[in-house]
Design a protein around this ligand. Structure first.
Ligand code: ASP
Ligand code: MG
Length: 469
């Protein structure tokens, strides 16, 4: 059995948790014929911390940067001190961490003088989060008597394009390199601990593959070394039927298909990187989501063909809260070719991501949902480029929620939409916009954010999701 295990930042942010993780790896490793590759995130808060120093660099705020560095040093050295008992291993780990922190300090000293952070240098800075956590986990594992080596994504062989911040892995070369690097380690019974989130471009520059990217790293590696399973360890039991903060009796979903999980991931990005499923979908490697703090719980399994017993019309009610709805309209849009193209093109050029679109067949209006953070940019773009030329009015509703009803069992079943909107209507909630892709896996609609909780509870109840086991 070959397993790739990914540990998120909340699973490793205290010495006790690191020891616990080392024990989990060790006990899995003990099972006959088990090979394990681990992928780790930065300890919780580190990536966000690095992002916040990039703002401080632009302002030349040396005090903020010095404080950040001191704290990062203290935190990581504390983990080394408490999670690794053997004095020789502890010294080695301390040296490795100190070298990295000194390097980070030197770089920051230089960059602060330039008062500029490019996408390329930001990726390099961001890589320190994972580069610091991986050695600690590796030494903690050695401390338990398990042979281990740590590698950066770059050293392991993850090659990407040069789109810093959202780099795309070049899978064919990556696969070859990963195999080449990891197979010999596995043969020698070594557990490689690999930094999530980071790779390198053709010129050797460090790149990152998008926030939450450690999940993606794990599945890329899983596909490359033909793992039997990929496990995402975090602090939740698995994918849920709804946000437990909204629905008291939300439950963990036992099994979902790749396509269902993909829809859910796009919605509740906190569970999984949206692209993480791509590599394993092709190779049909199942993913398990497991909780390091609840080992008895089996978690969620994501696979190509979930068992019949798990088939349900609807599996989850997902939400994206606090987004904005932009409605553009005008008589001139009717029958005018290329209107939608002009609108989307202008928004894309200004890097506004559109999450949801709908156009009425009268063609007199187009509605779009964007993240709140993009709203200003979107409104300015539309006003400057298109207003009174292509469109006549721009209407904005700046606090809406998108609710998605997800489940492959909806495909071809009549009356699901009627049940959805009936359940919502009985709560007196107004539906502002609707979209369903022709895959029929996902029926999404928009309500005022203030109505979101009520609508979600009604739907959870309507589809009997509390009973999902
Ligand atoms: N450390 C990165 C982030 O916070 C990657 C990850 O945790 O998966 O986005
Ligand atoms: Mg994560």
């Amino acid at each position: 059995m070959r397993i790739v295990m990914k540990f998120g930042g909340t699973a490793i942010n205290s010495p006790e948790k690191i020891i616990h993780v080392a024990n989990i790896i060790k006990s899995q490793k003990k099972k006959a014929d088990t090979q394990i590759v681990c992928v780790v995130s930065a300890i919780r808060g580190m990536t966000d911390g690095i992002l916040s120093i990039s703002a401080a660099i632009k302002k030349g705020d040396k005090v903020f940067i010095a404080d950040f560095l001191r704290e990062a040093r203290e935190n990581h050295l504390h983990l080394v001190q408490e999670a690794i008992k053997d004095s020789k291993l502890q010294t080695e780990a301390r040296e490795a961490i100190t070298t990295l922190l000194d390097e980070l300090e030197d770089i920051l000293d230089g960059i602060v003088l330039l008062a500029e952070v490019t996408a390329k240098s930001l990726d390099y800075l961001m890589s320190f989060g994972e580069r610091l956590s991986a050695p600690i986990i590796s030494f903690a594992l050695r401390d338990k008597g398990v042979s281990s080596e740590y590698l950066t994504g770059k050293e392991a062989g993850i090659l990407t394009d040069s789109n810093f911040g959202e780099a795309r892995p070049l899978m064919d070369t990556t696969k070859l390199r990963l195999e080449h690097k990891l197979e010999p380690l596995l043969e020698k019974d070594i557990v490689p601990i690999i930094t999530g989130f980071i790779g390198a471009d053709q010129n050797g520059n460090v790149t990152t593959i998008g926030r939450g990217g450690s999940d993606y790293t794990a599945t890329i590696i899983g596909a490359a070394i033909e793992a039997d399973e990929v496990w995402f360890w975090s602090d939740v039991n698995g994918l849920m039927t709804a946000d437990p903060k909204i629905v008291d009796d939300a439950t963990v979903i036992k099994e979902v298909s790749f396509s269902e999980a993909m829809e859910m991931a796009l919605f509740g990005a906190k569970y999984m990187h949206p692209r993480a499923l791509e590599p394993v979908m092709d190779t049909k490697i199942p993913i398990r989501i497991r909780n390091t703090f609840n080992l008895a719980h089996k978690g969620t399994i994501i696979s190509q063909n979930p068992t019949k017993a798990s088939h349900k019309i609807v599996k989850s009610i997902s939400t994206i809260r606090h987004t904005a709805l932009i409605d553009v309209s005008g008589g001139g849009m009717v029958g005018a070719l290329g209107t939608a193209a002009k609108i989307f093109d202008a928004l894309a050029k200004n890097r506004v991501n559109i999450m949801m679109i709908s156009q009425s067949p009268s063609e007199a209006s187009i509605s779009m949902v964007v993240r709140k953070g993009d709203l200003d940019k979107a409104a300015i773009t539309l006003e400057m480029n298109l207003l009174k030329k292509v469109i006549n009015h721009v209407n904005i509703n700046d606090d809406v929620a998108v609710i998605a009803v997800v489940g492959s069992g909806m495909r071809g079943i009549k009356g699901v939409a009627a049940r959805v909107f009936n359940a919502v209507a009985t709560q007196n909630v107004n539906v502002i916009m609707i979209a369903q892709g022709s895959s029929q896996l996902n029926l999404a609609f928009v309500v005022n954010d203030i109505d979101c909780d009520q609508a979600v509870r009604a739907l959870h109840h309507e589809f009997g999701l509390a009973n999902v086991r």
